[in-house]
Write a protein that binds this ligand. Structure first.
Ligand SMILES: [Fe+2]
Length: 197
């Protein structure tokens, strides 16, 4: 059984208590519950369900689609909530140095991160990819889209409307600007150091 592990980050500047209560208490918790439900349904599936598997429509296809949507919803939200509540200042971290080495300036990195957040329909994810030992900013139009297997999400930015509409209306850029000011880069760095070297 999967359980809710991430803590509610509470009231953050630019991301309200109400948003986080709904986002954490209802939406994230629902991904965990649905992951359990879909795994149980797969274990309970009989020969008719397995034999009827079909790529156009089938019960088994629905279970498989729901499985990765729920699992990635759980994983990405857990990381998202765990790296908020900071000052937005990366000074002194290894991830800061790695970003500067790859992107040249912090401003260029932030510009690409925000642009990806504006271009994606679900997630902009700073990840470490062991396939080339580099950082990447990946874009996901859904939770089970756009990821690269083996890469570790370090800073996933949730850009679904539920993450910002209460606080910023349709102004996603204002949300991203506010969100980056409460990133805990020390927590991001801890995740980076576990996988990078
Ligand atoms: Fe979300």
């Amino acid at each position: 059984m999967h359980e809710v592990h991430a803590a509610n980050p509470g009231d953050l500047s630019g991301v309200s208590q109400q948003t986080n209560d709904i986002h954490h208490g209802k939406l994230y918790a629902a991904y965990v519950a649905k992951r359990n439900e879909v795994e149980a349904a797969q274990q309970a599936a009989d020969d008719t369900v397995l034999g009827g598997a079909n790529q156009i429509y089938s019960v088994w296809r629905g279970l498989k689609e729901g499985e990765t949507f729920a699992a990635n919803g759980m994983v990405l939200h857990e990381v998202f909530f765990s790296v908020l509540g900071g000052t937005g200042d990366p000074t002194g971290t290894e991830i800061h140095a790695a970003v500067l080495q790859q992107w040249g300036t912090w401003e260029r990195f932030v510009a690409e991160l925000v642009a990806t957040g504006m271009a994606a329909r679900g997630w902009a994810v700073l990840a470490y990819d062991p396939s080339d030992s580099k950082l990447h900013i990946y874009a996901g139009d859904a939770q089970n889209h756009g990821g690269v297997w083996g890469a570790t999400p370090l800073l996933p930015l949730d850009v679904y409307e539920h993450a910002y509409f209460l606080d910023h209306g349709s102004d996603r850029k204002a949300y991203l600007t506010a969100l980056l000011q409460v990133v805990n880069w020390q927590a991001v760095d801890e995740r980076y150091l576990k996988v990078c070297c």
